[in-house]
Design a binder for this molecule. Structure first.
Ligand code: ZN
Length: 315
């Protein structure tokens, strides 16, 4: 539970001298670790892989949190005040909780527009960008109106994010450029090997019809050829209604939906009803490292989800 535990810890202390130099310069001194705060544990895992010993990473959200609704903990302000760089998922994932936190933190390094503020969604082929203006009042917390923000569940996107993080870390700490380049090459090699494995494991199930609780797995489904028929939520962020569910159940039967993909943070009552009323298997996947025991890294996360899906299809 590496990432999870780290959220509870403070950054490793710098020596007095380097802390003083940092204060004077406003940027990290040579030899000091870059302090990175990420909003979610998947970003923290990827950043640790790229930054290695040159970074100290803290994720604000835990793997067991619902990332759309984080209740700020007391340590958040301290982590943000000390950070050299803040890495966010973007696409409105954090809009319900991060802007108010940032407004109250005295740290200009990590404000939007500064080199210490990095939106990881840059360069992602975003699914479901709304045609009109984003309406936060509709869909009580968020609407995916800027597009679906769950892009990291497609491992090809994790590679884009890793490349961008390597670039940003290099801008902030040129002395470690070589280290970041090497770590990125190693991450890419491992990820590409795993992607070939995952692709082969899921290939037999291409075209399988699936329903998901929230629109969490749209990118994953696009990568591996699953067809998502509908979500339990009538719209992103809107709790399922009896009316929506009673329409969904006959459709699931007609369309031969084989699986319902959910996460541990979702209420189980409805899922049990769906399991009783349809032939679909309820498959509990994870969105983040730390969501369940044994998922410590980004690679563990995708491994876990692929294994769960294969088990459900082979039952
Ligand atoms: Zn969402």
């Amino acid at each position: 539970m590496k990432i999870l535990n780290k959220t509870l810890l403070s950054f490793r202390p710098l020596t007095c001298l380097s802390a003083l130099v940092m204060l004077a310069a406003g940027t990290p001194s040579a030899g000091a670790q870059l302090k990175v705060v990420t909003t979610t544990p998947d970003l923290a895992s990827i950043t640790e892989k790229i930054g290695g010993e040159a970074v100290a990473v803290v994720s604000l959200a835990r793997g067991t949190d619902n990332p759309h609704h984080i209740r700020p903990r007391p340590a958040f302000s301290r982590h943000l005040a000390e950070a050299d760089v803040l890495v966010v998922v973007g696409l409105d994932l954090e809009h319900a909780w991060l802007p108010s936190l940032l407004a109250n933190v005295r740290n200009n390094r990590i404000r939007p527009g500064r080199v210490g503020h990095f939106d990881a969604s840059r360069g992602i082929d975003v699914i479901g960008v709304a045609a009109g203006p984003v309406d936060h009042a509709h869909g009580h917390a968020h609407t995916h109106g800027e597009g679906n923000h769950h892009y990291l569940l497609d491992p090809a996107n994790a590679l884009i994010v890793a490349e961008n993080i390597a670039n940003r870390l290099t801008r902030l700490d040129e002395d470690n450029a070589e280290r970041f380049r090497e770590n990125l090459a190693r991450f890419r090699e491992t990820l590409e090997e795993k992607m070939a494995e995952w692709e082969a494991a899921l290939e037999p199930y291409r075209g399988t019809h699936v329903v998901t609780y929230h629109a969490t797995y749209d990118y994953f489904a696009r990568r591996y050829g699953f067809e998502i028929i509908d979500t339990l939520e009538p719209a992103p962020g809107i709790e399922p209604t009896p009316r929506h569910i009673s329409r969904l159940i006959p459709r699931m039967r007609e369309e031969n939906v084989r699986m319902v993909w959910s996460e541990p943070v979702r209420p189980t009552r409805l899922l049990l009803r769906l399991a009783g009323d349809t032939d679909a298997a309820i498959v509990e996947l994870a969105e983040f490292p730390g969501a369940v025991n044994g998922i410590d890294t980004y690679l563990d996360l995708i491994d876990h989800n692929v294994r769960r899906i294969v088990e459900a299809m082979e039952r």
